[in-house]
Design a protein. Structure first.
Length: 367
């Protein structure tokens, strides 16, 4: 089927258009034939067959182009001997051979050019579809953000105001209920934000706002934000620097907001895996060209079957979790660390517990 390239679109001629093009080819052939066979053999009109060849290439398809080119070449060569009785010079034979070669080249190049135009049109159509899909995805993410996050934020603020007594006196027995409802809504909000982040990262790629940042400062802020969660689980969080408790900076070139998500996800994971009365440690170590961060807990650890799948999307496994997660936190964490040019892995601790460790390139100018 013949197709034409028109303003970035693939145009397929209808039946009437194809018949019209076919009649044009036939008429042009008749005109050239009359000129060829009614004039002296030295006059080469075979070059005019390029018209039918071009029409066939752009309107009738590859097969029609092949047949048209073959007929044009045969007629051009045949005119050396027909009509009979004329003396043919070697120069005339050479001219007609050259004309035949030109017709063959015209057929090949016109067909190839037409195929290129079709490929370009298909690529442009594909790009337009991708652009439309990207707009749909962006609209979907925006709608999801508005329709899910806004009510959750409103509910959290309302519950906090209620807890603070702005709607009247709150009975002591209601405080725990309100606190539990607030934590539940906050967990749901965090899940929505994680889903949106994973969705955007998978579709658009992770966009980082890089600047020199101190991992220790980010970790301290993350620990402070999880104080209530740790207290509700009766888990203690500590921070140390290798074998020393001396505070020192750990500078990397990173996105502070995204790295805060890493610490929050790993600490939340450690808290949820730790037993009541347990401990989660954040350990910083400086290496020659890297900053090493370890998050340790004293839960039941990780089975050998779970280790290869921990950072997969939606993987939850079977563990001693006090709170069931979405299976997206570690997946998002790996995305962020990889985007920073780092690596992350998990190990078992002896005698019990798990170790999550990530390594990022250090900024030597700040160390």
């Amino acid at each position: 089927m013949s197709r034409r390239f028109i303003k970035g679109k693939i145009f397929t001629p209808d039946k009437n258009s194809k018949w019209s093009s076919l009649w044009q080819v036939i008429c042009l052939f008749v005109v050239v034939l009359v000129l060829e066979f009614t004039t002296h053999v030295d006059y080469v009109f075979g070059y005019l067959y390029t018209g039918p060849i071009l029409i066939s290439a752009f309107r009738l398809g590859r097969k029609a182009t092949l047949y048209t080119t073959l007929v044009a070449v045969v007629l051009t060569i045949l005119n050396i001997w027909l009509p009979l009785g004329e003396v043919v010079q070697p120069s005339t034979i050479a001219s007609r051979i050259i004309a035949s070669i030109a017709l063959i080249v015209t057929g090949i190049l016109s067909d190839r050019n037409h195929q290129y135009e079709i490929a370009i049109a298909q690529q442009q159509a594909k790009l337009q579809s991708q652009e439309q899909l990207a707009r749909v995805r962006e609209d979907f993410a925006s709608t999801l953000t508005h329709d899910l996050k806004t009510p959750l934020l409103g509910a959290i603020e309302t519950l906090k105001a209620w807890e603070q007594g702005k709607f009247g006196t709150v009975a002591p027995t209601h405080y725990k209920v309100l606190e539990k409802m607030i934590r539940s809504h906050q967990s749901t909000l965090q899940l929505v934000e994680t889903l949106l982040d994973v969705y955007r990262n998978d579709t658009e790629g992770l966009q980082l706002q890089l600047a020199p940042v101190d991992l220790v400062t980010i970790a301290q802020a993350a620990i402070a934000s999880l104080t209530d969660l740790a207290a509700s689980r009766q888990v203690y969080i500590s921070l140390r620097y290798g074998d020393s408790d001396f505070r020192r900076a750990m500078w990397v070139n990173g996105d502070a907001l995204q790295l805060a998500r890493v610490f929050t996800n790993l600490l939340t994971n450690g808290i949820n895996h730790s037993r009541r009365g347990g401990k989660v440690e954040v350990v910083f170590e400086s290496q020659a060209e890297y900053c090493l961060v370890k998050v340790l807990d004293n839960g039941l650890g990780i089975t050998d079957a779970q280790l290869p799948h921990l950072f997969e999307r939606f993987y939850q496994g079977h563990s001693d979790r006090q709170a069931k997660g979405s299976g997206l936190g570690l997946y998002l964490t790996r995305q962020i660390i990889s985007a920073h040019g780092g690596t992350i892995w998990a190990e078992n601790r002896l005698p019990q517990g798990a170790l999550f460790c990530f390594r990022l390139p250090a900024l030597s100018v700040y160390t």
